[in-house]
Design a protein around this ligand. Structure first.
Ligand code: G4P
Length: 530
Protein backbone atom coordinates (compact mmCIF):
# COMPACT_ATOMS: atom_id res chain seq x y z
CA UNK A 1 0.00 0.00 0.00
CA UNK A 2 1.40 3.36 -0.87
CA UNK A 3 2.16 5.75 1.91
CA UNK A 4 -0.73 8.04 1.10
CA UNK A 5 -3.24 5.17 1.18
CA UNK A 6 -1.90 4.16 4.57
CA UNK A 7 -2.24 7.72 5.81
CA UNK A 8 -5.87 7.87 4.69
CA UNK A 9 -6.77 4.49 6.10
CA UNK A 10 -5.48 5.33 9.55
CA UNK A 11 -7.69 8.39 9.78
CA UNK A 12 -10.83 8.43 11.91
CA UNK A 13 -12.96 11.56 11.76
CA UNK A 14 -15.89 11.87 14.13
CA UNK A 15 -18.10 14.39 15.88
CA UNK A 16 -19.18 14.30 19.51
CA UNK A 17 -22.81 15.09 20.08
CA UNK A 18 -24.52 15.67 23.40
CA UNK A 19 -26.73 17.95 25.39
CA UNK A 20 -24.77 20.63 27.28
CA UNK A 21 -23.23 19.34 30.51
CA UNK A 22 -23.42 15.65 29.63
CA UNK A 23 -19.61 15.58 29.67
CA UNK A 24 -18.52 16.06 26.06
CA UNK A 25 -15.62 18.33 26.96
CA UNK A 26 -14.45 16.14 29.81
CA UNK A 27 -14.53 13.05 27.60
CA UNK A 28 -12.63 14.85 24.83
CA UNK A 29 -10.00 15.99 27.29
CA UNK A 30 -9.55 12.43 28.50
CA UNK A 31 -9.15 11.21 24.92
CA UNK A 32 -6.34 13.68 24.53
CA UNK A 33 -4.62 12.29 27.57
CA UNK A 34 -4.22 9.01 25.77
CA UNK A 35 -3.00 10.44 22.54
CA UNK A 36 -1.19 13.59 23.45
CA UNK A 37 -2.82 16.19 21.28
CA UNK A 38 -0.79 17.21 18.30
CA UNK A 39 -3.06 19.91 17.02
CA UNK A 40 -5.76 21.81 18.78
CA UNK A 41 -8.03 23.75 16.54
CA UNK A 42 -10.28 26.09 18.39
CA UNK A 43 -10.65 25.14 21.98
CA UNK A 44 -11.51 22.04 23.78
CA UNK A 45 -13.93 24.28 25.53
CA UNK A 46 -12.45 23.60 28.93
CA UNK A 47 -13.42 26.32 31.28
CA UNK A 48 -13.95 30.00 30.72
CA UNK A 49 -10.26 30.87 30.88
CA UNK A 50 -9.29 28.28 28.32
CA UNK A 51 -12.03 29.47 26.06
CA UNK A 52 -10.76 33.02 26.23
CA UNK A 53 -7.22 31.96 25.60
CA UNK A 54 -7.87 30.32 22.28
CA UNK A 55 -10.70 32.22 20.86
CA UNK A 56 -10.64 35.92 20.24
CA UNK A 57 -12.08 35.96 16.79
CA UNK A 58 -15.05 38.11 17.41
CA UNK A 59 -15.71 40.82 19.92
CA UNK A 60 -18.91 39.14 20.84
CA UNK A 61 -17.03 36.04 21.85
CA UNK A 62 -14.83 38.06 24.13
CA UNK A 63 -17.70 39.93 25.65
CA UNK A 64 -19.59 36.81 26.44
CA UNK A 65 -16.72 34.43 27.04
CA UNK A 66 -18.16 31.85 24.75
CA UNK A 67 -16.99 30.25 21.58
CA UNK A 68 -19.17 31.04 18.60
CA UNK A 69 -17.44 28.60 16.31
CA UNK A 70 -17.03 24.88 16.09
CA UNK A 71 -13.54 23.55 16.48
CA UNK A 72 -11.55 20.60 15.28
CA UNK A 73 -8.73 18.82 16.97
CA UNK A 74 -6.38 16.12 15.86
CA UNK A 75 -4.45 13.57 17.85
CA UNK A 76 -2.65 10.27 17.45
CA UNK A 77 -3.57 7.13 19.32
CA UNK A 78 -2.57 3.52 18.70
CA UNK A 79 -1.46 4.21 15.16
CA UNK A 80 -4.65 6.08 14.29
CA UNK A 81 -4.79 9.72 13.35
CA UNK A 82 -7.98 10.99 14.93
CA UNK A 83 -9.91 14.13 13.99
CA UNK A 84 -12.56 15.19 16.50
CA UNK A 85 -15.12 17.73 15.41
CA UNK A 86 -16.64 19.62 18.28
CA UNK A 87 -20.30 20.51 18.06
CA UNK A 88 -20.90 23.66 20.10
CA UNK A 89 -23.71 23.60 22.56
CA UNK A 90 -25.20 26.06 25.04
CA UNK A 91 -26.15 29.42 23.56
CA UNK A 92 -23.72 29.03 20.69
CA UNK A 93 -25.72 26.21 19.20
CA UNK A 94 -26.18 27.19 15.59
CA UNK A 95 -26.64 25.85 12.11
CA UNK A 96 -22.87 25.32 12.06
CA UNK A 97 -23.33 22.71 14.73
CA UNK A 98 -25.45 20.72 12.32
CA UNK A 99 -23.14 21.32 9.38
CA UNK A 100 -20.19 20.01 11.33
CA UNK A 101 -21.90 16.64 11.27
CA UNK A 102 -21.75 16.71 7.46
CA UNK A 103 -17.96 16.55 7.73
CA UNK A 104 -17.83 13.57 10.13
CA UNK A 105 -17.77 9.87 9.33
CA UNK A 106 -19.29 8.81 12.63
CA UNK A 107 -20.68 10.33 15.81
CA UNK A 108 -20.13 9.70 19.48
CA UNK A 109 -23.24 10.45 21.51
CA UNK A 110 -22.57 11.31 25.16
CA UNK A 111 -25.51 10.85 27.50
CA UNK A 112 -25.72 11.78 31.16
CA UNK A 113 -26.78 8.59 32.96
CA UNK A 114 -29.07 10.50 35.31
CA UNK A 115 -30.77 12.49 32.57
CA UNK A 116 -31.13 10.15 29.61
CA UNK A 117 -31.86 11.47 26.12
CA UNK A 118 -32.09 15.30 26.14
CA UNK A 119 -33.25 17.89 23.62
CA UNK A 120 -30.01 18.84 21.91
CA UNK A 121 -28.91 15.23 21.54
CA UNK A 122 -32.22 14.48 19.89
CA UNK A 123 -31.75 17.29 17.35
CA UNK A 124 -28.19 16.34 16.46
CA UNK A 125 -29.10 12.69 16.32
CA UNK A 126 -31.64 13.42 13.57
CA UNK A 127 -28.86 14.77 11.37
CA UNK A 128 -26.74 11.65 11.97
CA UNK A 129 -29.70 9.48 11.00
CA UNK A 130 -30.24 11.48 7.83
CA UNK A 131 -26.62 10.77 6.89
CA UNK A 132 -26.78 7.15 8.06
CA UNK A 133 -23.43 7.44 9.81
CA UNK A 134 -22.48 5.08 12.65
CA UNK A 135 -23.39 6.33 16.13
CA UNK A 136 -21.59 5.22 19.28
CA UNK A 137 -23.09 5.86 22.69
CA UNK A 138 -21.13 6.69 25.83
CA UNK A 139 -23.33 6.81 28.91
CA UNK A 140 -21.46 9.03 31.32
CA UNK A 141 -21.37 9.95 34.99
CA UNK A 142 -21.86 6.46 36.43
CA UNK A 143 -20.00 7.72 39.51
CA UNK A 144 -23.23 9.60 40.25
CA UNK A 145 -26.63 8.03 40.86
CA UNK A 146 -27.89 6.90 37.48
CA UNK A 147 -31.20 5.90 35.96
CA UNK A 148 -31.94 2.19 35.61
CA UNK A 149 -29.71 0.79 32.86
CA UNK A 150 -32.46 -1.11 31.04
CA UNK A 151 -34.63 2.01 31.11
CA UNK A 152 -31.81 4.11 29.67
CA UNK A 153 -31.41 1.71 26.76
CA UNK A 154 -35.14 1.54 26.27
CA UNK A 155 -35.31 5.33 26.13
CA UNK A 156 -32.60 5.48 23.45
CA UNK A 157 -34.40 2.85 21.39
CA UNK A 158 -37.84 4.44 21.72
CA UNK A 159 -36.92 8.12 21.57
CA UNK A 160 -34.25 7.90 18.91
CA UNK A 161 -35.41 4.82 17.05
CA UNK A 162 -32.04 3.06 16.98
CA UNK A 163 -31.31 -0.45 18.30
CA UNK A 164 -28.78 -0.64 21.15
CA UNK A 165 -26.10 -3.18 21.89
CA UNK A 166 -24.30 -2.71 25.22
CA UNK A 167 -20.61 -3.54 24.88
CA UNK A 168 -20.16 -3.31 28.62
CA UNK A 169 -22.61 -3.10 31.51
CA UNK A 170 -22.44 -0.99 34.67
CA UNK A 171 -22.42 -2.51 38.12
CA UNK A 172 -24.33 -0.09 40.33
CA UNK A 173 -23.92 3.68 40.17
CA UNK A 174 -23.06 6.60 42.40
CA UNK A 175 -21.60 5.53 45.72
CA UNK A 176 -22.35 1.93 44.79
CA UNK A 177 -20.63 2.02 41.42
CA UNK A 178 -18.30 -0.98 41.30
CA UNK A 179 -17.22 -1.04 37.68
CA UNK A 180 -18.35 -2.48 34.37
CA UNK A 181 -18.83 -5.96 33.01
CA UNK A 182 -17.07 -6.53 29.69
CA UNK A 183 -19.54 -8.67 27.75
CA UNK A 184 -17.06 -9.91 25.24
CA UNK A 185 -14.45 -11.08 27.69
CA UNK A 186 -17.02 -11.95 30.37
CA UNK A 187 -15.10 -10.24 33.11
CA UNK A 188 -15.62 -7.36 35.49
CA UNK A 189 -13.37 -4.31 35.33
CA UNK A 190 -13.28 -2.85 38.81
CA UNK A 191 -13.92 0.85 39.28
CA UNK A 192 -11.35 3.01 40.95
CA UNK A 193 -11.35 6.78 41.02
CA UNK A 194 -7.91 7.11 42.47
CA UNK A 195 -6.61 8.01 39.06
CA UNK A 196 -8.70 11.17 38.86
CA UNK A 197 -7.69 13.27 35.91
CA UNK A 198 -4.80 11.13 34.80
CA UNK A 199 -4.43 8.12 32.56
CA UNK A 200 -6.46 5.07 33.41
CA UNK A 201 -4.42 3.01 35.80
CA UNK A 202 -4.23 -0.73 36.03
CA UNK A 203 -7.80 -1.95 36.31
CA UNK A 204 -8.46 -5.10 38.28
CA UNK A 205 -10.20 -7.72 36.18
CA UNK A 206 -12.30 -10.52 37.61
CA UNK A 207 -13.92 -13.27 35.60
CA UNK A 208 -17.67 -13.60 36.34
CA UNK A 209 -17.30 -17.36 36.49
CA UNK A 210 -15.03 -16.95 39.51
CA UNK A 211 -17.96 -16.68 41.96
CA UNK A 212 -15.88 -16.42 45.10
CA UNK A 213 -13.62 -13.68 43.84
CA UNK A 214 -16.47 -11.71 42.31
CA UNK A 215 -18.53 -11.82 45.50
CA UNK A 216 -15.52 -10.76 47.49
CA UNK A 217 -14.88 -7.85 45.17
CA UNK A 218 -18.35 -6.41 44.62
CA UNK A 219 -20.46 -8.00 47.37
CA UNK A 220 -23.12 -10.72 47.27
CA UNK A 221 -26.01 -8.45 46.31
CA UNK A 222 -24.21 -6.73 43.43
CA UNK A 223 -22.88 -10.07 42.17
CA UNK A 224 -26.38 -11.61 42.18
CA UNK A 225 -27.88 -8.58 40.45
CA UNK A 226 -25.13 -8.65 37.84
CA UNK A 227 -25.70 -12.32 37.05
CA UNK A 228 -29.45 -11.72 36.69
CA UNK A 229 -28.85 -8.72 34.47
CA UNK A 230 -26.36 -10.57 32.27
CA UNK A 231 -28.91 -13.32 31.76
CA UNK A 232 -31.62 -10.82 30.88
CA UNK A 233 -29.31 -8.91 28.64
CA UNK A 234 -28.02 -11.91 26.72
CA UNK A 235 -31.61 -12.96 26.13
CA UNK A 236 -33.09 -9.59 25.24
CA UNK A 237 -30.56 -7.28 23.64
CA UNK A 238 -29.69 -7.04 19.95
CA UNK A 239 -26.71 -9.10 18.81
CA UNK A 240 -23.66 -7.13 17.90
CA UNK A 241 -23.54 -6.74 14.13
CA UNK A 242 -20.87 -4.52 12.65
CA UNK A 243 -22.82 -4.05 9.41
CA UNK A 244 -25.77 -2.65 11.34
CA UNK A 245 -23.42 -0.37 13.27
CA UNK A 246 -21.89 0.88 10.04
CA UNK A 247 -25.30 1.58 8.51
CA UNK A 248 -26.36 3.56 11.58
CA UNK A 249 -29.09 1.09 12.61
CA UNK A 250 -27.43 -0.19 15.76
CA UNK A 251 -25.52 1.80 18.35
CA UNK A 252 -22.90 0.10 20.51
CA UNK A 253 -23.33 1.38 24.07
CA UNK A 254 -20.55 1.93 26.61
CA UNK A 255 -20.77 2.99 30.23
CA UNK A 256 -18.23 4.95 32.20
CA UNK A 257 -17.29 8.09 34.02
CA UNK A 258 -15.31 10.62 32.06
CA UNK A 259 -14.51 12.72 35.11
CA UNK A 260 -12.86 9.89 37.01
CA UNK A 261 -11.45 8.53 33.77
CA UNK A 262 -13.12 5.18 34.04
CA UNK A 263 -14.15 3.36 30.88
CA UNK A 264 -12.70 6.04 28.62
CA UNK A 265 -9.80 4.09 27.17
CA UNK A 266 -11.99 0.99 26.92
CA UNK A 267 -14.39 3.07 24.87
CA UNK A 268 -11.67 4.60 22.70
CA UNK A 269 -10.12 1.24 21.86
CA UNK A 270 -13.41 -0.44 20.95
CA UNK A 271 -14.71 2.60 19.14
CA UNK A 272 -11.60 2.81 16.96
CA UNK A 273 -11.99 -0.84 16.00
CA UNK A 274 -15.64 -0.42 15.08
CA UNK A 275 -15.74 2.98 13.40
CA UNK A 276 -14.86 3.52 9.76
CA UNK A 277 -11.99 4.87 7.74
CA UNK A 278 -12.92 8.04 5.79
CA UNK A 279 -16.13 7.25 3.94
CA UNK A 280 -16.68 7.60 0.20
CA UNK A 281 -18.90 10.56 -0.73
CA UNK A 282 -21.53 11.04 -3.35
CA UNK A 283 -20.77 13.41 -6.19
CA UNK A 284 -22.78 14.08 -9.33
CA UNK A 285 -20.48 11.72 -11.22
CA UNK A 286 -20.84 8.88 -8.70
CA UNK A 287 -19.04 7.84 -5.52
CA UNK A 288 -15.64 9.37 -4.85
CA UNK A 289 -13.43 6.89 -2.98
CA UNK A 290 -10.99 8.45 -0.47
CA UNK A 291 -7.95 6.35 -1.25
CA UNK A 292 -8.54 5.85 -4.96
CA UNK A 293 -9.24 9.38 -6.12
CA UNK A 294 -6.98 12.39 -6.24
CA UNK A 295 -7.47 15.37 -3.95
CA UNK A 296 -11.01 16.63 -3.49
CA UNK A 297 -12.79 18.46 -0.68
CA UNK A 298 -16.00 20.30 0.12
CA UNK A 299 -16.64 23.44 2.13
CA UNK A 300 -18.85 22.80 5.16
CA UNK A 301 -18.44 26.01 7.09
CA UNK A 302 -17.45 29.59 6.57
CA UNK A 303 -16.19 31.62 9.46
CA UNK A 304 -16.30 35.35 9.01
CA UNK A 305 -14.11 37.95 10.64
CA UNK A 306 -11.76 35.66 12.43
CA UNK A 307 -9.38 38.53 12.53
CA UNK A 308 -11.22 41.80 12.55
CA UNK A 309 -8.16 43.77 11.47
CA UNK A 310 -8.07 41.87 8.20
CA UNK A 311 -11.75 41.24 7.83
CA UNK A 312 -10.88 37.79 6.64
CA UNK A 313 -13.10 34.84 6.19
CA UNK A 314 -11.98 31.28 6.56
CA UNK A 315 -13.55 28.42 4.65
CA UNK A 316 -13.37 25.09 6.41
CA UNK A 317 -13.23 22.09 4.18
CA UNK A 318 -13.27 18.40 4.67
CA UNK A 319 -10.83 16.55 2.47
CA UNK A 320 -12.81 13.70 0.93
CA UNK A 321 -10.20 12.00 -1.21
CA UNK A 322 -6.49 11.95 -1.91
CA UNK A 323 -3.78 14.10 -0.47
CA UNK A 324 -3.37 17.84 -0.24
CA UNK A 325 0.14 19.16 -0.72
CA UNK A 326 1.34 22.68 -0.11
CA UNK A 327 0.98 25.05 -3.03
CA UNK A 328 -0.85 22.49 -5.11
CA UNK A 329 -3.21 23.82 -7.77
CA UNK A 330 -6.85 22.91 -7.28
CA UNK A 331 -10.07 23.70 -9.06
CA UNK A 332 -12.89 25.50 -7.30
CA UNK A 333 -15.71 23.88 -9.24
CA UNK A 334 -18.53 26.34 -8.50
CA UNK A 335 -16.30 29.31 -9.28
CA UNK A 336 -14.95 27.60 -12.40
CA UNK A 337 -11.39 28.65 -11.46
CA UNK A 338 -8.08 26.93 -10.90
CA UNK A 339 -6.35 28.34 -7.84
CA UNK A 340 -3.83 27.73 -5.10
CA UNK A 341 -5.34 27.43 -1.66
CA UNK A 342 -3.74 30.21 0.24
CA UNK A 343 -2.08 29.15 3.44
CA UNK A 344 -4.21 26.17 4.35
CA UNK A 345 -4.11 25.69 8.05
CA UNK A 346 -5.05 23.08 10.50
CA UNK A 347 -5.25 25.19 13.57
CA UNK A 348 -8.17 27.47 13.54
CA UNK A 349 -7.76 29.41 16.74
CA UNK A 350 -5.16 31.83 17.98
CA UNK A 351 -2.39 29.46 17.03
CA UNK A 352 -2.71 28.65 13.39
CA UNK A 353 -0.43 26.11 11.86
CA UNK A 354 0.27 26.21 8.16
CA UNK A 355 0.03 22.79 6.64
CA UNK A 356 2.37 21.08 4.23
CA UNK A 357 0.13 18.14 3.67
CA UNK A 358 -3.22 16.75 4.68
CA UNK A 359 -5.19 13.65 3.76
CA UNK A 360 -8.74 12.49 3.17
CA UNK A 361 -10.50 12.63 6.52
CA UNK A 362 -8.68 15.80 7.61
CA UNK A 363 -10.25 19.23 7.96
CA UNK A 364 -8.39 22.28 6.71
CA UNK A 365 -9.19 25.96 6.92
CA UNK A 366 -8.21 28.28 4.07
CA UNK A 367 -8.43 32.03 3.66
CA UNK A 368 -11.46 32.90 1.64
CA UNK A 369 -11.46 36.14 -0.30
CA UNK A 370 -15.23 35.82 -0.56
CA UNK A 371 -15.43 33.21 -3.30
CA UNK A 372 -16.51 30.11 -1.45
CA UNK A 373 -20.02 29.12 -0.44
CA UNK A 374 -21.08 26.34 1.87
CA UNK A 375 -21.22 23.06 -0.05
CA UNK A 376 -18.68 24.07 -2.74
CA UNK A 377 -16.40 21.41 -4.22
CA UNK A 378 -12.65 21.55 -4.79
CA UNK A 379 -10.87 18.99 -6.91
CA UNK A 380 -7.87 18.54 -9.21
CA UNK A 381 -7.80 20.91 -12.23
CA UNK A 382 -8.27 18.04 -14.67
CA UNK A 383 -11.43 16.84 -12.93
CA UNK A 384 -14.98 18.12 -12.88
CA UNK A 385 -17.54 17.02 -10.32
CA UNK A 386 -19.68 18.40 -7.52
CA UNK A 387 -20.33 16.87 -4.14
CA UNK A 388 -23.92 16.51 -3.02
CA UNK A 389 -25.02 19.79 -1.44
CA UNK A 390 -25.32 20.39 2.27
CA UNK A 391 -28.96 20.67 3.32
CA UNK A 392 -30.38 23.72 5.04
CA UNK A 393 -31.37 22.91 8.60
CA UNK A 394 -34.55 24.09 10.21
CA UNK A 395 -34.18 27.29 12.28
CA UNK A 396 -36.22 27.30 15.48
CA UNK A 397 -36.33 31.00 16.28
CA UNK A 398 -37.70 33.70 14.04
CA UNK A 399 -37.78 37.46 14.11
CA UNK A 400 -38.94 40.25 11.83
CA UNK A 401 -36.11 42.63 10.99
CA UNK A 402 -36.80 46.36 11.19
CA UNK A 403 -34.28 48.83 9.91
CA UNK A 404 -33.83 51.85 12.14
CA UNK A 405 -32.59 54.18 9.38
CA UNK A 406 -34.56 53.36 6.25
CA UNK A 407 -32.19 55.47 4.14
CA UNK A 408 -29.56 52.77 4.41
CA UNK A 409 -31.60 50.23 2.56
CA UNK A 410 -28.82 49.20 0.19
CA UNK A 411 -26.22 48.49 2.87
CA UNK A 412 -28.85 46.66 4.86
CA UNK A 413 -29.79 44.32 2.00
CA UNK A 414 -26.14 43.77 1.12
CA UNK A 415 -25.13 43.07 4.72
CA UNK A 416 -27.94 40.74 5.60
CA UNK A 417 -27.60 38.84 2.31
CA UNK A 418 -23.85 38.35 2.80
CA UNK A 419 -24.27 37.19 6.36
CA UNK A 420 -26.97 34.79 5.24
CA UNK A 421 -24.65 33.43 2.54
CA UNK A 422 -22.12 32.53 5.20
CA UNK A 423 -24.82 30.38 6.70
CA UNK A 424 -25.15 31.78 10.22
CA UNK A 425 -28.70 32.93 9.65
CA UNK A 426 -31.42 32.25 7.12
CA UNK A 427 -33.53 34.99 5.64
CA UNK A 428 -37.04 34.75 4.35
CA UNK A 429 -39.65 37.05 2.92
CA UNK A 430 -43.37 37.29 3.25
CA UNK A 431 -44.86 35.03 0.64
CA UNK A 432 -46.38 37.78 -1.48
CA UNK A 433 -43.88 40.61 -1.05
CA UNK A 434 -40.25 41.36 -1.75
CA UNK A 435 -37.25 42.40 0.35
CA UNK A 436 -39.22 45.10 2.18
CA UNK A 437 -40.32 42.61 4.83
CA UNK A 438 -37.53 40.36 6.03
CA UNK A 439 -37.87 37.51 8.46
CA UNK A 440 -34.74 36.02 9.88
CA UNK A 441 -34.52 32.46 11.19
CA UNK A 442 -31.77 31.05 13.41
CA UNK A 443 -30.98 27.72 15.02
CA UNK A 444 -29.59 29.29 18.21
CA UNK A 445 -30.75 32.65 19.56
CA UNK A 446 -27.20 33.95 19.93
CA UNK A 447 -27.15 34.35 16.16
CA UNK A 448 -29.67 37.19 16.50
CA UNK A 449 -27.08 39.10 18.54
CA UNK A 450 -24.33 38.18 16.10
CA UNK A 451 -26.46 39.50 13.22
CA UNK A 452 -27.24 42.76 14.98
CA UNK A 453 -23.63 43.23 16.02
CA UNK A 454 -22.21 42.49 12.60
CA UNK A 455 -24.67 44.70 10.73
CA UNK A 456 -23.78 47.58 13.02
CA UNK A 457 -20.03 47.01 13.02
CA UNK A 458 -19.39 45.89 9.48
CA UNK A 459 -22.17 47.54 7.51
CA UNK A 460 -23.04 50.47 9.72
CA UNK A 461 -26.69 49.55 9.76
CA UNK A 462 -28.80 49.53 12.87
CA UNK A 463 -31.67 47.09 13.14
CA UNK A 464 -34.40 46.15 15.57
CA UNK A 465 -35.55 42.58 15.87
CA UNK A 466 -39.13 41.77 16.67
CA UNK A 467 -39.48 38.19 17.88
CA UNK A 468 -42.05 36.03 16.16
CA UNK A 469 -43.76 33.12 17.89
CA UNK A 470 -42.93 30.47 15.27
CA UNK A 471 -40.80 27.48 16.25
CA UNK A 472 -41.27 25.07 13.38
CA UNK A 473 -40.38 25.54 9.76
CA UNK A 474 -41.02 23.09 6.98
CA UNK A 475 -39.82 22.96 3.39
CA UNK A 476 -42.41 21.82 0.89
CA UNK A 477 -40.97 18.84 -0.94
CA UNK A 478 -43.58 18.49 -3.67
CA UNK A 479 -43.20 21.79 -5.43
CA UNK A 480 -46.28 21.27 -7.62
CA UNK A 481 -48.55 21.98 -4.62
CA UNK A 482 -50.55 25.20 -5.09
CA UNK A 483 -49.83 27.22 -1.97
CA UNK A 484 -52.91 29.36 -2.41
CA UNK A 485 -55.10 26.30 -2.08
CA UNK A 486 -53.36 24.96 1.02
CA UNK A 487 -55.63 24.51 4.05
CA UNK A 488 -53.42 25.25 7.03
CA UNK A 489 -53.98 25.92 10.69
CA UNK A 490 -54.64 29.42 12.05
CA UNK A 491 -51.05 29.73 13.32
CA UNK A 492 -49.53 28.83 9.96
CA UNK A 493 -47.60 31.42 7.94
CA UNK A 494 -46.45 31.12 4.33
CA UNK A 495 -43.04 32.50 3.52
CA UNK A 496 -40.38 32.05 0.84
CA UNK A 497 -36.62 31.85 0.89
CA UNK A 498 -34.30 33.98 -1.24
CA UNK A 499 -34.56 31.54 -4.11
CA UNK A 500 -38.34 31.80 -4.04
CA UNK A 501 -38.90 28.33 -2.53
CA UNK A 502 -42.11 28.28 -0.48
CA UNK A 503 -41.97 27.34 3.20
CA UNK A 504 -44.40 27.09 6.06
CA UNK A 505 -43.98 28.43 9.58
CA UNK A 506 -45.90 27.04 12.55
CA UNK A 507 -46.15 27.96 16.20
CA UNK A 508 -46.94 24.41 17.32
CA UNK A 509 -45.65 21.00 16.32
CA UNK A 510 -49.26 19.89 16.45
CA UNK A 511 -50.16 22.24 13.59
CA UNK A 512 -47.57 20.60 11.35
CA UNK A 513 -49.35 17.28 11.71
CA UNK A 514 -52.75 18.90 11.28
CA UNK A 515 -51.71 20.64 8.07
CA UNK A 516 -50.37 17.38 6.68
CA UNK A 517 -53.64 15.70 7.54
CA UNK A 518 -55.72 18.41 5.90
CA UNK A 519 -53.77 18.46 2.65
CA UNK A 520 -53.52 15.07 1.07
CA UNK A 521 -50.25 14.45 -0.73
CA UNK A 522 -48.43 17.36 0.91
CA UNK A 523 -44.84 16.45 1.78
CA UNK A 524 -43.00 18.54 4.36
CA UNK A 525 -39.36 18.30 5.33
CA UNK A 526 -37.19 19.57 8.18
CA UNK A 527 -34.24 19.83 5.81
CA UNK A 528 -34.07 22.12 2.80
CA UNK A 529 -32.33 20.85 -0.32
CA UNK A 530 -31.82 22.73 -3.54
P1 G4P B 1 -20.24 19.45 28.12
O1 G4P B 1 -18.97 19.67 27.40
O2 G4P B 1 -21.01 18.28 27.58
O3 G4P B 1 -21.09 20.66 28.29
O4 G4P B 1 -19.89 18.96 29.60
P2 G4P B 1 -18.57 19.12 30.47
O5 G4P B 1 -17.55 18.11 30.05
O6 G4P B 1 -18.17 20.55 30.54
O7 G4P B 1 -19.13 18.61 31.86
C1 G4P B 1 -20.18 19.26 32.53
C2 G4P B 1 -20.04 19.04 34.03
O8 G4P B 1 -20.16 17.64 34.32
C3 G4P B 1 -18.69 19.46 34.58
O9 G4P B 1 -18.89 19.88 35.90
C4 G4P B 1 -17.91 18.17 34.60
O10 G4P B 1 -16.86 18.16 35.54
C5 G4P B 1 -19.00 17.18 34.97
N1 G4P B 1 -18.71 15.82 34.54
C6 G4P B 1 -18.31 15.39 33.32
N2 G4P B 1 -18.15 14.05 33.32
C7 G4P B 1 -18.48 13.61 34.55
C8 G4P B 1 -18.52 12.33 35.17
O11 G4P B 1 -18.21 11.31 34.59
N3 G4P B 1 -18.91 12.31 36.48
C9 G4P B 1 -19.24 13.43 37.18
N4 G4P B 1 -19.61 13.28 38.44
N5 G4P B 1 -19.22 14.65 36.62
C10 G4P B 1 -18.85 14.74 35.32
P3 G4P B 1 -18.98 21.42 36.30
O12 G4P B 1 -19.29 21.46 37.75
O13 G4P B 1 -19.88 22.15 35.36
O14 G4P B 1 -17.56 21.90 35.99
P4 G4P B 1 -16.27 21.74 36.87
O15 G4P B 1 -16.21 23.00 37.61
O16 G4P B 1 -16.44 20.53 37.71
O17 G4P B 1 -15.17 21.56 35.87
Amino acid sequence: MSNYKQEINRRRTFAIISHPDAGKTTLTEKFLLYGGAINLAGSVKGKATARHAVSDWMEIEKERGISVTSSVLQFEYGGFCINILDTPGHQDFSEDTYRTLMAADSAVMVIDASKGVEAQTRKLFKVCVMRKIPIFTFINKLDRDANDTFELLDEIEKELGIATCPVNWPIGSGKRFRGVYDRDRQCVLMYSDTEKGTKEGETTEISVSDHGKLTEAIGQEAADTLRDEIELLDGASAEFDLDLVRSGDLTPVFFGSALTNFGVEFFLQHFLKMTTTPLPRKADTGLIVPDENDFSAFVFKIQANMNKAHRDRIAFMRICSGKYEASMEVKHVQGGKVMRLSQPQQIMASERKILDEAYAGDIIGVFDPGIFSIGDTLCMPKEQFCYEGIPTFAPEHFARVRQVDTMKRKQFVKGITQIAQEGAIQIFQEFNTGMEEIIVGVVGVLQFDVLKYRLENEYNVEIRLENLPYEHIRWIENKEIDLNKLTGTSDMKKIKDLKGNPLLLFVNAWSVGMTLERNEGLKLSEFGRD
